[in-house]
Design a protein. Structure first.
Length: 353
């Protein structure tokens, strides 16, 4: 075990331990999650690519890592920062630290994470550098190639003989794929670089725009593809997919002070006035003042800071939510949105017929 330092861009530094060592210093955006469980799913969520994830819950690793329950093919975080690391007594189950070490992802323990999170809430999300000595971060912002890092490399088809849904993979969580398959869909998963013409060539009943990492404003090519899909096929965006949908319609996105990350994020459905507890992982949001001019309206609102959590188009069949209706980890309160999407597809199909 060696001593390491996490130094934030504002100069504050946090001492910790690296029980599995630190091969080289690294930079990343330091973010935090308020989830009390599901650490393996969070660490393997591709939306965390390029980020150091701080857990507010004091103990992690209690039940090990179940490879069948991960949300990505590997841990995608740059580093994991925890206060306490526990081991699991379950035989044959991989330990959290060992799993991260297999992928050369640093694990930092012994950090006062709640105090660190208070700092991030005061100053907003900051870049940080993890090293053996206190060093200022050298990266100022995350690179714009994160989606290309986490997207699938080739097209694949899975699922049943129900409606064909093209899933555009900007860094999709596995449970989005599972949820569509469980609804009987034939799912065509395509890389983020796929053109609108290639997507439409599958003659899909609908298109799902997935979650993913990074700033949506730099994804100009991806936004242009969504623009060309508008009105030609029903669209359903999740997290980053919603931000790209908003931009394709002409709305803007902006960075949140410290984002929404955790399984206890409350939202209000504006039409029914019902509240839901949701799972979220995003650092950007759609700017509400730009919705009307883009032919969009808000469907959900965050009950904490009032930001837009869902949008719909007034002109074409297109909807999106900032939270994760597949919620893995997290509550399944909004899983009905997959049902709603498929009902829209059925209506569109009967209308065309």
């Amino acid at each position: 075990m060696e001593t390491v330092w996490l130094t934030l861009a504002d100069g504050t530094r946090w001492r910790g331990n690296a029980p599995f060592g630190l091969k080289a210093a690294l930079d990343g955006e330091v973010v935090f999650s308020t989830s009390m469980g599901g650490y393996a799913q969070s660490l393997s969520d591709p939306s965390y690519c390029g980020q150091m994830l701080v857990f507010t819950f004091p103990s992690q690793g209690i039940y090990g890592v179940d490879a069948d329950a991960l949300e990505g093919i590997r841990p995608w975080v740059s580093a994991a920062v925890v206060q306490g690391l526990e081991s699991t007594p379950l035989p044959g189950v991989r330990q959290l630290g060992e799993w991260l070490a297999e992928w050369n992802v640093p694990l930092v323990t012994g950090v006062d994470c709640r105090n660190l999170v208070l700092r991030l809430r005061e100053r907003g999300t900051l870049m940080g550098r993890l090293a053996r000595d206190p060093e200022a971060p050298r990266l100022q912002v995350l690179p714009d190639s994160l989606v290309r890092t986490v997207t699938c490399s080739e097209t694949s088809a899975t699922g049943g003989d129900g409606p064909t849904v093209v899933l555009v993979d900007y860094g999709v969580k596995r449970n989005i794929l599972r949820s569509l398959e469980n609804h009987g869909c034939r799912v065509i998963r395509v890389p983020a670089s796929t053109t609108a013409e290639e997507i439409l060539a599958w003659n899909p009943a609908g298109v799902v725009l997935s979650n993913g990492p990074g700033d949506p404003a730099v994804l100009r090519k991806e936004t242009a593809v969504v623009t060309r899909l508008l009105g030609k096929v029903p669209l359903f965006g999740i997290c980053l997919g919603t931000q790209l949908l908003a931009q394709a319609c002409g709305a803007r996105t902006a960075k949140l002070p410290y984002g929404h990350r955790g399984t206890n994020q409350p939202v209000l459905h504006l039409e029914s006035r019902r509240g839901y507890v949701t799972s979220q992982n995003h650092g950007y949001a759609v700017v509400e003042e730009t919705l009307d001019g883009a032919g969009l309206f808000a469907t959900f609102r965050h009950l904490g800071d009032g930001t837009v959590e869902g949008i719909a188009s007034r002109n074409v069949p297109a909807w999106g939510v900032q939270f994760h209706p597949e919620a893995c980890p997290g509550p399944r309160d909004t899983a009905f949105l997959f049902d709603s999407f498929l009902q829209h597809l059925a209506k569109e199909a009967s209308h065309d017929a």
